[in-house]
Each structure stands twice: as structure tokens, then as C-alpha cells.
Design a protein around this ligand. Structure first.
Ligand code: FAD
Ligand code: MLT
Ligand code: ZN
Length: 582
């Protein structure tokens, strides 16, 4: 896929620097009324249509007040889960902030504190230096942290964690803040540890095909760097211009290339992790083979920041394909999409690198919300599929693709189709699939579900839910289906004007029960975060959840790392070692 270069950002602004200094000279009570995470809805008039690509948007360059002057920064409103603050955690004091500033070597840019006297308030439009750390990409989950620390080295982070551990301060690790389940933002007043300044590419080994990076390296940055040496990152997703390698590893992100390169779990060779008490765990190896006992790095991959903070990553960066083709097909049924997948697997074989589907409702939303997009197919279809092939011998790859096209036409599996004639055209075809989530964000409120289901029956959930919601909610509520068909991963999205209890009750727990009955997964790739911590039970055996609690207890006995996330409240509580025993 074509890549764009995005400048590495330093997450800091002048207001935050002044606030940090003020904090040091003026005693103040922090924390305030933190009893409940509240529900906030951003007024509708703040919602604007956006044609800017988020991935290319640059906060510092734009210099905007992110809620008012720049459409890319507008929160779309949303409801946070209401979870009581756990009173066992300490509250950040002036001394803690002074300590954090010392930890980062006195560099004021490394500690951002709230610029408003009260907790952030999107409704009164107050504006606060902490807003971008407190609110997630969707604008759905809002925390009330008063301080974000941005270490530059593992040693600095280690010292910060040692302090948080000693003071029993809850911490939320944060990467690019593009997560879709509220895992990367505080639920209450947790200290935000943002990895954005640990953004060095440590090494790129062309012979071994392995790169070592700090956790804060943005995915697209790494892709550009390795591309320059003929390699590629075995991961690609719509958030590539913002998401960090540490965040991707911590969510075990799937994305658009999983079909080709497999799960990140297989591509990550080593990790360096800072544990809850500040100790550094060195699992950073670049070996392809290492069977010396338990593979501990796997514990941290997909742990969503609940077991440790990833600081460095060794990852396979294979040779980049030199010949890429992209085709968009229109089909008249979901069964035809599945048939096309079977044919693609059989006929394209080793050059098949992506197989993505979306329905007509998803396409309509993209065309409506994202300026510059157009449907290249003449015949309207209920389903669309993007097929990508990647190889290294043009004549061979193209001959295979042509043979595949002939068969699918002759067999009438497809209604219509187009092959990208150059890189720009291929990019435009990919945009229709890759930016559905952005279109959804601009369209209003969205309930997002990310589900693994048996491939052939996957779309039944979309039609069943449509039939369930239509009588009560009418056409104002749209049910969309798209996703990684080649991986059996459905993205089920319900787009509406605003979040309501009635609609939520009509969707949940129905969607989770349906998934459980199909023996599917309620989180195929986005993780559980705060959204689905209680819902883990729909996909995991009680014994497995209990064992997860034991791991949490072993690695984070005080439960300070990303509390309220991933595990159900009862499991988290059982995992805590009583203060008297610590
Ligand atoms: P954040 O959002 O900052 O954090 C995510 C989680 O990881 C949080 O729980 C956080 O606490 C934890 N975390 C972050 N950094 C660290 C660290 N260094 N150490 C320990 N814990 C850490 N996901 C897919 O799987 N496939 C997709 O195709 C896909 N497409 C997306 C498209 C768009 C437009 C968007 C907005 C998101 C998409 N996502 C996708 C969601 C995906 O989870 C994120 O994009 C990405 O993996 C998160 O990276 P991040 O740096 O933004 O992490
Ligand atoms: C995608 O595949 O587009 C992402 O996972 C984002 C989403 O689900 O909306
Ligand atoms: Zn996805």
C-alpha cells in the first residue's frame, strides 16, 4: 500500500509548560469530585463534516484549540461506562508532580498538567492541556486525569513507575490514543503515561529482517523507515499515522495484513517492559528461535497495558513486495463474498495479501461523509470486496490475477469489478474500506462491535440486528457490517444521532449472547478495554479468567496498571494483594 510520511510529534504545548510551573509554585488540591466517571455528550453543533484525513492531521502544526477550530479534533460525544473510582488508589499531589518533573530530568515538556482548576469539561468548552490525553479518538470515553507524564527513556519511566507504585497511584499507559474500546484513556484520575516521546528507531537489520524500536514509534514512521531499505512492517491499519508500535503490540492489533503475515504475536521477537513496580524486564531478543521455557513476552502482547508498560520492541520486518495489485469487486450476496474468498485462496494462493469486505450501507456512509471519495463501480451492489495481491514477479502475479478475474467473471461470482491502474487509483480503492471507521466517527454516535464468527455465517448477525432494531428505531439507526473477511472478523457498527439507553439495551447483551452461542469472540482485534471488561465471560471460560487474575496478581499486586480495564471487577478485586501484606 502507498505510504505517507508523518513527522514524529513532540506532545507538548506552551500552555502545559506554564501550568506545570504554576503547579510547582502554587499548592493545590487535585482529584476533586472523582466519585463516578460521568456521561458527557458533546453538543451536536460541534459536529462538522470532515474531509481531512486524521492520519495526516498534525496537532502541533495546526495549532488549533482541538475542540473548537479544527474539525479533525472534534469529539463526537458519547457515553462512558459508569464505574466507581476505587478509593484504594492515591490522588496525585504537588509533590508527585515535582517528583515526576525530576524523573524526566527537569524537562517541563515531559510533564503535562491540567490547565483548568476543575476536571476537564467538554460541555462548557473550557479547554484543557489534558484533554487530548483524557479523551479517546472516538470522543466516547472521557477521563479526568490531572497529569500526563511523557518519559524519554526506559530509566525515566522506571523511576516514574517506582513512584506511582510506592504512592499507590493508578496509571494508564497510552500510545497514539487510537484504541476503540476506551483502554488508553483514564476512567478517573489515573496518571497518564504517554510513550510519544520514546520514539527512536533503535536499529534496522536488513540481513536478519528485524527492526528494534522504542514503543512510541508511530507505525507509519516505521513503515517509511523500513520501506527505504526494501522492507515492510507486517501490520497495516487505518490508524497507522497515529497509532504507536507499543499500542499496537499491547492490543495485538490485527489490521489489513493479518491474512498475509499472521498475528503480531508471531512477528514480535522480543520486548522490553517496565513493570508496575518500576523494574525493567529485559525480554528484548532478536532471535527467531528461543525455546528456553515460558514465552513471557506473549503475556504483554495484547495485555492492553494491564501487566506492564512496553518500552522497546523487536519485530520482524520482512522484504516488501515489489508488485502490488488492488481490485474492488461488487457482489450481490454475502454468500458470493465467501465464494470469492474461497476462489481467491485457491487461485491467488501465496500472492493473496488482503481480503476485506464491506456492505452497501458502509459505502454509502463513506461517500456521504468523506469528500473526494467516489464509487468506481457502475452497478450498485449490496456487498463489496477489496482483494490485494502482493508478490515480487510482476508477470507471474499479473497472470495469476488475470486468471482469477476470468474465473470469477465466468462463474458470475461478482457483479462488477475494477483493478487499480496505478498506485493512486489503488489508494482510492483502499480508502473506501480503510476509512469506514472515520466516516462513522463523523456521522455521529456509533456503537462498535468487533467480533470473530464462523466466516460463512458472519453476516447473519448484521441482518438479524437490523430486523431487531428497525421496528423500534426506524431508519435513523443504521446497522453496518464490514471487516476482515479473510480472518473471520466482522466489524458490526450501529450508527445513530446519539447514544441512548434504549438503543444500547436493544443491542446489548443480545450481540454478546449471539456471539457466545456461535462460539465466537467478543473481541477479535480491538481488545476489551473498559468497554468489554465485564463481557470477557462471553468468550472465555471462567477458569481462564481466574488464571488471568492470578497473572495480574503476580505482576501487578497493587493493581495500579490500567485499573478498570480488561478483567471483570470481581476478578480484579480478587487479584489485589491486601495492603497489609504488601
Ligand atoms: P492506545 O489507543 O494509546 O492504547 C491502546 C491500549 O494499549 C490501551 O489499553 C493502552 O493502555 C495500551 N498501551 C498503549 N501503549 C502501551 C505501551 N507502550 N505499553 C503498554 N500498554 C500500552 N485495530 C486493529 O486491530 N485493526 C485495525 O484494522 C484497526 N484499525 C483502526 C482504524 C482506525 C481509524 C482507528 C482509530 C483504530 C483502529 N484500530 C484497529 C484500533 C487499534 O487498537 C489501534 O489503532 C492501535 O492498535 C492502538 O495503538 P495506540 O498507540 O493508539 O494505542
Ligand atoms: C477496521 O478494520 O477498519 C478497524 O478495525 C476499525 C473499525 O473497526 O472501525
Ligand atoms: Zn479491523
Amino acid at each position: 500500500m502507498p505510504t505517507r510520511v508523518v513527522r514524529v510529534k513532540v506532545l507538548f504545548d506552551a500552555r502545559a509548560r506554564i501550568a506545570a510551573l504554576l503547579w510547582l509554585v502554587k499548592p493545590r488540591v487535585v482529584g476533586g469530585d472523582l466519585g463516578q466517571a460521568t456521561v458527557r455528550v458533546v453538543p451536536r453543533d460541534l459536529r462538522r463534516r470532515v474531509d481531512e484525513l486524521d492520519a495526516t492531521h498534525d496537532d502541533e502544526e495546526c495549532g488549533c484549540d482541538w475542540r473548537h477550530t479544527c474539525a479533525s479534533h472534534q469529539s463526537m460525544g458519547g457515553a462512558s461506562h459508569v464505574i466507581a473510582r476505587d478509593g484504594r488508589y492515591g490522588e496525585v499531589t504537588e509533590d508527585d508532580v515535582k517528583h515526576f518533573v525530576r524523573c524526566v530530568g527537569g524537562d517541563a515538556a515531559g510533564v503535562v498538567v491540567s490547565t483548568s482548576a476543575t476536571a476537564t469539561n467538554l460541555q462548557d468548552g473550557g479547554g484543557d492541556a489534558l484533554d487530548k490525553y483524557n479523551v479517546d479518538w472516538m470522543g466516547k470515553y472521557h477521563g479526568r486525569s490531572r497529569v500526563a507524564v511523557l518519559p524519554k527513556t526506559t530509566e525515566e519511566l522506571s523511576a516514574i513507575m517506582a513512584r506511582c507504585h510506592a504512592r499507590n497511584l493508578a496509571v494508564v499507559p497510552q500510545g497514539g490514543n487510537t484504541g476503540l474500546v476506551g483502554g488508553g484513556v483514564p476512567a478517573h484520575d489515573e496518571v497518564v503515561v504517554n510513550l510519544g516521546r520514546m520514539n527512536a528507531i533503535v536499529s534496522i537489520d536488513e540481513d536478519a529482517g528485524v527492526s528494534v524500536v522504542e514503543a512510541g514509534v508511530v507505525l507509519e514512521e516505521l513503515e517509511s523507515a523500513v520501506r527505504a531499505r526494501g522492507m515492510t512492517v507486517p501490520l497495516d491499519l487505518g490508524a497507522k499515522g497515529k497509532c504507536q508500535m507499543g499500542g499496537c503490540v499491547s492490543t495485538n492489533a490485527g489490521g489489513l495484513r493479518l491474512l498475509r503475515y499472521g498475528s503480531l504475536r508471531g512477528s514480535v521477537l522480543g520486548l522490553e517492559v517496565v513493570l508496575a513496580n518500576g523494574e525493567v524486564l529485559d525480554l528484548l531478543r532478536t532471535l527467531r528461535k528461543d525455546n528456553t521455557g515460558y514465552d513471557l513476552k506473549q503475556l504483554f502482547i495484547g495485555a492492553e497495558g494491564t501487566l506492564g508498560i512496553v518500552t522497546k520492541i523487536a519485530i520482524l520486518t520482512p522484504r516488501a513486495p515489489t508488485n502490488v495489485n488492488v481490485a474492488l469487486f461488487g457482489l450481490d450476496s454475502f454468500a458470493s463474498c465467501v465464494e470469492l474468498l474461497k476462489l481467491a485462496r485457491g487461485r491467488l494462493g501465496e500472492i493473496l495479501s488482503a481480503f476485506e469486505f464491506f456492505d452497501r450501507e458502509s459505502l454509502d456512509l463513506v461517500l456521504e461523509q468523506l469528500k473526494g471519495t467516489r464509487n468506481p463501480l457502475a452497478k450498485p451492489c449490496p456487498f463489496y470486496v477489496v482483494v490485494e495481491t502482493s508478490g515480487s514477479v510482476k508477470s507471474h502475479d499479473n497472470a495469476k490475477l488475470q486468471a482469477f478475474l476470468k474465473i470469477v467473471k465466468n462463474k458470475r461470482v461478482i457483479v462488477d469489478g475494477v483493478v487499480g491502474k496505478d498506485e493512486k487509483h489503488a489508494f482510492a480503492l483502499w480508502t473506501l474500506r480503510e476509512r469506514i471507521s472515520v466516516a462513522l466517527k463523523y456521522a455521529g454516535a456509533v456503537y462498535k462491535y468487533d467480533i470473530s464468527l464462523p466466516t460463512a455465517r458472519m453476516y447473519n448477525l448484521v441482518t438479524t440486528l437490523r430486523a431487531r432494531l428497525a421496528p423500534q428505531f426506524g431508519s435513523g439507526v443504521k446497522v453496518l457490517g464490514y471487516g476482515h473477511l479473510g480472518d473471520g472478523n466482522l466489524h458490526l457498527n450501529i450508527s445513530c444521532a446519539e447514544y441512548t439507553d434504549a438503543l444500547e439495551r436493544a443491542i446489548e447483551p443480545f450481540v454478546y449472547e449471539y456471539t457466545r452461542d456461535e462460539r465466537g469472540s467478543v473481541s477479535a482485534e480491538h481488545g476489551l478495554g473498559i468497554m468489554k471488561a465485564e463481557e470477557i465471560i462471553y468468550s472465555k471460560d471462567a477458569k481462564a479468567v481466574e488464571l488471568m487474575g492470578a497473572m495480574k496478581r503476580a505482576l501487578d499486586p497493587r493493581g495500579i496498571l490500567n485499573p478498570y480495564k480488561v478483567l471483570p471487577a470481581a476478578t480484579r478485586a480478587a487479584a489485589l494483594v491486601p495492603m497489609s501484606k504488601l
